[in-house]
Design a protein around this ligand. Structure first.
Ligand SMILES: NC(=O)c1ccc[n+]([C@@H]2O[C@H](COP(=O)([O-])OP(=O)(O)OC[C@H]3O[C@@H](n4cnc5c(N)ncnc54)[C@H](O)[C@@H]3O)[C@@H](O)[C@H]2O)c1
Length: 358
């Protein structure tokens, strides 16, 4: 079997995760790693001694042998990279969001949809075993008609001002995954949205947002997301679940980032399924993409740029809506300073942006 030649752009936390999974799978040849930060490049050389580690991404587009580019830098550079990749005939695996504004994201959608080249984006919940397991049982009629989707993801994660500025406030950067998975279950487009948020620690943007509304097909949803969950507690924890209610039964899932537990209380079956959580499912995404390239047929499970643009636009709109709904502020900047200080020395925490130690 021929390996697929790939050039990675952005070798930070996510770029290194792709590198690890691609190396493990044996289906990829990492020809280039590009990063603007010299320390990231130094580390890349150690992690991938056979790859060419570069500063100027143009070398990747110019190399006719490269089949795929991996876009794992930050949102501000993504749209131009997508455009250049398509213009030079490369398939694309992209991190989310696919650009830093909705307008530019829709431009990226149109550029890729007019091309025969494959592109996908890491909306990783779509590739999780637990959501696919639940959806299969919903399709089999176990919960009757799907009526209500409730999603909650609260962690002491990425703190305001710590990084990822182009990715937006917490409800956009992280929350767009939960927006997307809600739409994936509903199989319909969002119709209404009412959002409530709060600004904690006197930060300019809300770091907690809760919204609810309807889909075109009448399904009702509520989504709660925040990286405000006990940032300074001695022993940190989180609360992450999905709760799906049908006309006859329910399905739900919770996880501790190590193990995910699904429960189905269906009309025919009562199931409790416990399996490894699976992290960001990058192995699944890369395998689906490699299958697509090898067969010449885009795998139907691959998330599309359009899905990402819709989720991102919804998240930006929810943040705008929340600003019109009072948007109170509680807490002060001293607490935020303490949170950032604590996170900067944490070795094992939620969503830490790892400093590069070469
Ligand atoms: N899908 C997910 O669940 C998920 C999770 C975390 C992060 N992300 C996304 O992945 C992206 C990267 O996040 P991260 O946590 O790895 O960030 P990071 O800051 O750890 O890494 C970004 C890297 O890109 C490099 N870089 C920046 N601009 C560049 C450019 N123009 N060309 C080349 N290199 C450049 C930086 O030097 C850095 O090494 C973000 O857009 C984020 O939204 C997605």
């Amino acid at each position: 079997m021929n390996t697929i030649k790939v050039g990675i752009i952005g070798s930070g936390r996510m770029g290194r995760s792709y590198l690890k999974e691609m190396k493990k799978s044996g289906r990829w040849e990492i020809v280039y790693i590009c990063d603007t930060n010299p320390r990231s490049r130094e580390l890349a050389k150690k992690l991938a001694p056979t790859a060419k580690v570069i500063q100027d991404e143009q070398e990747i587009y110019d190399d006719k042998e490269v089949q795929v580019v991996g876009l794992f830098a930050l949102a501000d550079s993504r749209k131009e990279q997508i455009e250049k990749a398509i213009n030079s005939g490369k398939h694309i695996i992209s991190e989310k969001p696919i650009a830093d504004t909705s307008i530019r994201e829709w431009e990226a959608v149109h550029i890729t949809e007019q091309s025969q080249l494959f592109s996908t984006v890491n909306l990783y919940l779509r590739n999780s075993w637990y959501h696919n397991f639940i959806k299969k049982h919903i399709k089999e009629g176990e919960i009757g008609e799907l009526a209500i989707i409730r999603v909650c993801h609260l962690t002491p994660g990425l703190a305001p001002g710590e990084g990822h500025e182009y990715e937006g406030p917490s409800f956009h950067d992280c929350g767009m995954h939960y927006v997307d998975i809600t739409r994936w279950y509903a199989e319909s487009e969002f119709k209404t949205c009412n959002a409530q948020a709060i600004r904690l620690w006197d930060y300019k943007d809300p770091w907690f947002l809760q919204c609810h509304g309807t889909f075109d097909n009448g399904i009702v949803y509520d989504i709660t997301q925040g990286h405000v969950y006990g940032q300074l507690s001695k022993d940190q924890t989180h609360n992450s679940y999905i709760d799906i209610i049908g006309t006859k039964g329910i399905a739900r899932m919770t996880h501790d980032f190590k193990t995910a537990v699904v429960e189905i209380r269906g009309v025919n079956k009562t199931i409790r399924e416990e399996r490894k959580f699976g992290g960001k499912n990058i192995d699944v995404l890369c395998d689906l993409f490699a299958d697509s390239i090898e067969t010449g047929k885009r795998h139907p499970m691959l998330p599309q740029f359009r899905d990402s643009a819709i989720a991102s636009e919804f998240a930006w709109n929810a943040l705008d809506n929340a600003r019109k709904n009072d948007l109170p502020a509680i807490g002060n900047n001293q607490t935020l300073v303490k949170i950032r200080e604590r996170r900067s020395t944490m070795k094992n925490g939620y969503g830490l942006l790892h400093t590069v130690n070469v």
